[in-house]
Design a protein around this ligand. Structure first.
Ligand code: NAD
Ligand code: MG
Length: 382
């Protein structure tokens, strides 16, 4: 049976790689929906090639351009972020790939699960902001979530066939471009240096999150929700070669790991093909290329954003939503060269200590918390 796929954020790094996977298997997958925020010309080119049922351009101002460019195609064109949440419930869609970046991914995640679709989830912010709501809805509606984030895909793969609980998750981290930077060198880090990740080519936001190592904190939060473990059961291991994508330790002391070259095509494809595997024509791992694999503890003094994420994970409630909101503002301000690298964690710390906190929130309460986190972060930056 051919599966219908909606790719939310199809013009981004994960979105484009998802389309590469789908192009290899036209007998298994059909693209039903493509979406973009601003890259309308790329969206139009993808649509002309893959002939989806519909496209969404989230930035409404660009709607006339997309509509006009596709006027001779039998493709529906919608605009606005709200349309992302509406489009996923379509009958012809079996799988939603959420490759959006940031808080904008939360509403479509919840709508996909509401519509009982299988969710291939790259948008980790959905789980960071409102992991409780996301996992509850997934369970209630028997709508599976298959992680795309490479570490979580690795953990997911290690758990296939296991019937025993997790003792511990060993969450690997490359350490980013500043793994060996002395603590007094962080003040001078430039945008260009921070955008230059040693192992992965990714969207700008996650690349900065990797440089501050907040990304690893987000991934610990993501792991807590996906695999129902406590903060104490997650250990972060700096592994600069990014070959071991993560590991799971069991009660008997056995540790399972998933290895491969750093390439997102594999976790993306696995999220689509699970529980099966299919050939993937990408570079393969060889021990000959890696004479050593090394491991170290993360340095929380150099990477205070990671410390703040781990504290937020412990505290729970709305903390992680606040953390994410402040980070989206801070990362944008850093990319716009309005603040320095070390200011990012100062913004996070300020927002966390000046926001309201609640133990449990609804979707609309999370929206209020997100708006408050952004406002406090913006005021601090000003
Ligand atoms: P990206 O910036 O390359 O792409 C983001 C996509 O989302 C684009 O298509 C953009 O048009 C769309 N988008 C952005 N803001 C939007 C908004 N407000 N409304 C609607 N659409 C919007 O990002 P990416 O690197 O592909 O990352 C996507 C997600 O996957 C993130 O949550 C990231 O943390 C996660 N992830 C990425 C990688 C990677 O290798 N890139 C690895 C692991 C996890
Ligand atoms: Mg990751």
């Amino acid at each position: 049976m051919i599966q219908g796929i909606a790719v939310l954020g199809s013009t981004g790094s994960i979105g484009e790689q998802t389309l590469n996977v789908v192009r290899n298997y036209p007998e298994h997958y059909r693209i039903e929906c493509l979406t973009s925020n601003n890259r309308w010309e790329r969206l139009v080119a993808q649509a002309k090639e893959l002939q989806p049922d519909s496209v969404v351009i989230a930035n409404k101002a660009l709607y006339p351009l997309v509509k006009d460019a596709l006027k001779d195609e039998p493709i529906k064109v919608y605009a606005g972020e709200e349309s992302l949440s509406q489009i996923v419930s379509g009958d012809s869609i079996d799988v939603v790939v959420n490759a959006l970046v940031g808080y904008a991914g939360l509403a479509p995640t919840l709508s996909s699960l509401e519509a009982k679709k299988k969710l291939a989830l790259a948008n980790k912010e959905s789980l960071v902001v409102a992991g409780d709501l996301v996992m509850q809805l997934s369970a209630q509606n028997s709508a599976p979530i298959i992680p795309i984030d490479s570490e979580h895909s690795a953990i997911f793969q290690c758990l296939v066939g296991e019937h025993s609980p997790i003792y511990k998750i060993l969450l690997t981290a490359s350490g980013g471009p500043f793994r060996n930077t002395p603590i007094d060198g962080f003040e001078d880090i430039t945008v260009e240096q921070a955008l230059n990740h040693p192992n992965w080519v990714m969207g700008a936001k996650i690349t900065i999150d990797s440089a501050t190592m907040l990304n690893k904190g987000f991934e610990a939060i993501e792991a807590k929700w996906l695999f129902d473990v406590t903060a104490e059961q997650i250990e972060i291991v700096v592994h600069p070669q990014s070959v071991i994508h993560s590991m799971v330790e069991f009660d008997d002391g056995a540790i399972k790991a998933q290895l491969g070259v750093p390439d997102m095509h594999l976790p993306i494809q696995y999220a689509l093909t699970f529980p099966y595997r299919m050939p993937l024509h990408q570079p393969r791992f060889s021990f000959k290329d890696y004479s050593e694999l090394t491991f170290a503890e993360p340095n929380l003094e150099c990477f205070p954003a990671l410390r703040l994420a781990l504290e937020s994970l412990e505290r729970g409630g709305s903390s992680c939503c606040t953390l994410n909101a402040a980070n989206e503002v801070a990362v944008q301000a850093f990319l716009d060269k309005k603040i320095g690298f070390t200011d990012i964690s100062k913004v996070l710390e300020y927002a966390l200590s000046n926001s309201d906190w609640s133990a449990k929130s609804t979707q609309s309460e999370y929206a209020i918390c997100d708006a408050q986190g952004r406002e406090i972060a913006n005021n601090y930056i000003k």
